[in-house]
Design a protein around this ligand. Structure first.
Ligand SMILES: Nc1ncnc2c1ncn2[C@@H]1O[C@H](COP(=O)(O)OP(=O)(O)OP(=O)(O)O)[C@@H](O)[C@H]1O
Ligand SMILES: [Mg+2]
Length: 345
């Protein structure tokens, strides 16, 4: 009898605050979550042990893993270039790249993609938008050797903010295709250390940026303003109870700073594309702060809501703790986006 080959992939999100691993298995056109583990990282040195812990404590069915890079060694740029076929673009980009990459071109791994269907905005008549991604080779080598050392098979390496976009596409599916192709929405993944801003238009990411303001800054603000140590401030942030008003007041300057950065990105995008960002979708552990969605909605003056990256994904309850997934769902956008690349295997 012929058996359909079942393919699985682990999306491993090595965040500064927590490691998240999600295994997705492709079942026809559907995704099934067949593995999940999560652990907080106490210190940088303990990171490999924390990854091992996550992988050993939970059930996973494959060693194939896709992970993401982020930070200052990752450059993402949307350029306008003369229209040309993809083969020519790959050569042309080599000559263009050093204008946009602050490192020696020899030190980086580069990839590019063109969007020939896009017109208007700041694009000239014969121009097209091109996405250029350059990552320092050393960062990729570090990731690969870390994963190999843990007995894993690194299959692909992605960029954090693109993974959030991929997860959003999985959840929204055909909804995105049915929408006005010009509609622009923003995804904000608010982690511990950084917030990823990803502006989507026509179902494709058109702008990404990392801002170093996120959940841990909220904790520091609470600690400083209310005079608590960091541990107490963290507890209060997660469960403010009767101190809700005080906590929101304490984090308010940090939220204003974050919103200012987001506004700058929206302004840039809106000028470049001549299109307003209509809605904002929040994910990441930092977005679990109660009242954050309403506060950001007020400051950003656009409809703002939390979204659930696990929505529509079937959970195999014999190998996955479904309750833990539901509890931590908003932290899983990157891991799910990474694992969703199982469709490319
Ligand atoms: N219930 C909660 N309420 C408020 N904040 C929370 C809650 N649970 C977790 N957080 C915060 O979420 C952040 C961790 O989120 P997440 O796991 O998305 O970060 P990370 O991916 O490890 O970090 P980064 O993406 O910045 O590297 C921490 O700042 C933590 O304090
Ligand atoms: Mg993160």
């Amino acid at each position: 009898m012929l058996r359909r080959k079942i393919k699985s992939l682990i999306g491993l999100d090595v965040g500064t605050h927590s490691i998240k691993a999600v295994e997705l298995t492709r079942d026809g056109y559907n995704f099934v979550m067949t593995g999940y583990g999560q652990a907080e990282v106490v210190s940088e040195d303990e990171r490999p042990d924390a990854i091992l812990h996550v992988l050993r404590e939970s059930v996973f069915h494959t060693k194939r893993v896709v992970t993401a890079v982020y930070g200052k060694s990752v450059i993402v740029r949307y350029l306008s270039m003369m229209r040309m076929p993809d083969e020519d673009l790959r050569n042309a980009i080599r000559f263009e790249a050093d204008k946009y990459i602050p490192f020696d071109v020899e030190e980086v791994v580069m990839d590019c993609q063109s969007f020939p269907e896009e017109t208007g905005g700041d694009l000239g008549e014969n121009e097209m938008r091109v996405l250029l991604v350059a990552v320092k080779r050393a960062l990729i080598d570090d990731h690969v050797s870390l994963l190999n050392g843990l007995g894993l098979q690194p299959t692909m390496i992605d960029v954090d903010s693109f993974a959030v976009g991929n997860a959003f596409e999985v959840v929204q599916g055909t909804n995105l295709e049915d929408q006005d192709p010009d509609r622009a929405i923003a995804l904000l993944d608010i982690g511990a250390n950084k917030t990823n801003i990803n502006i989507f238009r026509g179902g494709t990411s058109r702008f990404t940026r990392e801002v170093y303001l996120a959940g841990d800054d909220f904790t520091h603000a609470i600690s400083k303003r209310l005079g608590h140590d960091l541990e107490t401030a963290e507890r209060l942030k997660r469960d403010p109870g009767d101190d809700f008003e005080q906590v929101m007041e304490a984090v308010s300057p940090a939220l204003d700073d974050l919103a200012n950065e987001v506004h700058l990105s929206f302004d840039y995008f809106e000028n470049q594309f001549d299109r307003e960002v209509e809605e904002v979708y929040l994910s990441g552990g930092g977005a679990r702060l109660s009242g954050l969605d309403q506060t950001l909605e007020r400051i950003l003056n656009r409809s703002t809501s939390l979204w659930d990256p696990t929505e529509g994904i079937e959970i195999n309850e014999s190998s996955v703790d479904a309750e833990a997934v539901r509890e931590n769902a908003c932290q899983l956008a990157v891991a799910i986006g990474l694992a969703s690349r199982v469709q490319e295997l």
